[in-house]
Design a protein around this ligand. Structure first.
Ligand SMILES: Cc1ncc(COP(=O)(O)O)c(C=O)c1O
Ligand SMILES: N[C@@H](CCOP(=O)(O)O)C(=O)O
Length: 475
């Protein structure tokens, strides 16, 4: 399978090439040249497979440059009960007989769904770097969960350094502590004076400097990395089969969304033939995606408009992966996508109303809803009271929107994207008690912190990266 850029049909190589390179040289995102599909009979063959086997079947068509046995080995190394807390890896739990289900994705080391793909990336990076005798310096941006998942996945990996940008003071105390308390020679935490979108723009700006990128072997672990999206698609298949529906029957999914990576992975599963009906995008108060799906205009929000909310990982005004979705809406027309992103880059709206593209959006099954702080608290409280289940604020955004858009007789699977322990303050506000936290995280907020605060300035960031790598090189 070959990959191309969303902005120019530039050939980017095979899976391991795009795994290591992150953004395309033209600023676009990597997409497979075509999306392989499963027939109804093939889908039936996947029903009941253990997680690693299912992951192999879903991912294999996209990965032509890792031998079959090696890929199976990487997946077995990744998806283990000891790492994800259960043999099922992603258990599906019915919320009573409400027709709502929780897909549990947060049993991994950092207590958020990001581990599902990031653990795979950790093993895959190590495999490819050893095979090719290379090193990579990962530059990432986080609004709270990608950062810790990436750092836990890359801890102690000899050929990898992680430089992780986070918005200064905008994550939960637990999230900050998870990252900043690490004291490892290959992990560098950098708090940027800005919002998540500023952090992500810095990542893109560094990637746009081809000379710097090549000299310092810059790589990516955000969902701009195709490996993330691909590994995330697997659990949609898993959840669908766990519902035990008759062949071909539809299920709906609701996905708490910020950077549009998770829900795009669901769209990929749907495009591969999984019978997903509605795919709900649940936003918080930063409802730029809701604006698009309800009105047809995509107009990114400037940093000043992005509010600090109680589902902070979704405080995003410019959703990276949305570019992949619009590329598919345009039928893989990279020139059209590049045109739209020139508008986005200039801060202007992309208006699809009345166009064939808007018809394609309507046919995609994606819909959106949004939630507020009060909704979030009420949903956490209701799910606790009615179903005896404590959920985190992001999952609550999803459950609220999922319930709103439920169709009679069609199961609605809500993705649980983090454990409540990460957001104790908000959960306590909702139900009057703190959530349980795993023993290894007791007192984490009191541990010493290691984090560099930098201005929102690309040259300052490049200087920091170059300086730290020089120090390491000199030993
Ligand atoms: C807990 C949680 N929920 C939801 C999201 C939104 O997911 P995505 O950015 O893939 O849309 C994130 C961050 O990505 C998150 O950390
Ligand atoms: N919410 C994310 C933001 C980054 O998303 P990604 O999926 O593109 O890595 C976070 O928690 O960091």
């Amino acid at each position: 399978m070959q990959y191309v850029s969303t902005r120019g049909h530039q050939r980017l190589g095979t899976f391991t090439d795009v795994l290591l390179s992150g953004l395309a040289p033209d600023g676009g995102l990597a997409m497979p040249e075509q999306i392989p599909t499963f027939s109804a009979a093939e889908l039936e063959r996947l029903r009941g497979l253990p997680y690693t086997e299912l992951a192999y079947e879903v991912m294999r068509p996209f990965i032509s440059d890792i031998p079959e046995d090696d890929l199976r080995g990487l997946l077995r190394q990744t998806y283990r009960a000891e790492v994800f807390g259960s043999e099922e890896i992603t258990p599906l739990t019915a919320l009573g007989d409400s027709g709502l289900y929780l897909l549990e994705l947060s049993g991994g080391p950092s207590l958020a769904f990001k581990d599902m793909a990031m653990q795979f990336l950790g093993h895959a990076f190590e495999y490819v770097l050893e095979r090719d005798d290379r090193r990579v310096n990962i530059l990432g941006a986080t609004s709270g969960d990608t950062g810790s998942a990436a750092e836990y996945a890359m801890l102690g990996k000899e050929r990898v350094n992680v430089f992780m940008l986070s918005p200064h003071g905008r994550m939960s105390r637990f999230q900050q502590a998870q990252m900043y308390s690490l004291n490892e020679p290959n992990i560098f935490n950098i708090a940027i004076e800005g919002v998540f979108d500023d952090c992500q723009d810095l990542v893109k700006a560094v990637n746009a400097d081809a000379e710097f990128k090549a000299r310092y072997d810059i790589g990516a672990v955000n969902s701009i990395n195709w490996g993330r999206v691909l590994a995330q698609a697997v659990y949609y298949f898993r959840a669908y089969f766990a519902l035990g529906l008759p062949a071909g029957a539809e299920a709906d999914f609701c996905v708490p969304s910020g950077n549009f990576g998770n829900v795009f992975a669901g769209y990929l599963a749907k495009a591969m033939g999984l019978p997903i009906g509605q795919l709900m995008v649940a936003s918080n108060e930063n409802s730029v995606l809701h604006e698009f799906f309800s009105g047809g205009v995509y107009h990114v929000w400037p940093a000043e408009r992005v509010a600090q909310t109680s589902s902070p990982s979704m405080d995003i005004g410019k959703a990276s992966n949305f570019e992949r979705f619009l590329y598919l809406v345009a039928g893989g027309d990279a020139v059209q996508t590049a045109g739209w992103w020139a508008e986005v880059g200039a801060g202007r709206p992309v208006d699809l109303r009345g166009t064939v593209h808007w018809d394609a959006v309507a046919a995609s099954g994606l819909r959106a809803g949004r939630s507020t702080h009060a909704d979030r608290l009420a949903t956490i409280r209701r799910v606790d009271t009615e179903f005896g289940r404590l959920i985190d604020p992001h999952t609550a955004d999803g459950v609220l929107v999922g319930k709103r858009f439920q169709r009679p007789g069609v199961p609605m699977v809500c993705l649980e994207t983090a454990l409540p322990a990460k957001f104790g303050e908000t959960v306590e506000e909702a139900v009057g008690r703190l959530p349980e936290r795993p023993a290894q995280f007791e007192g984490i907020e009191d541990r010493p912190r290691r984090c560099e605060v930098l201005p929102n300035d690309v040259d300052a960031l490049k200087g920091f990266i170059a300086g730290q790598l020089d120090i390491k090189r000199r030993g």
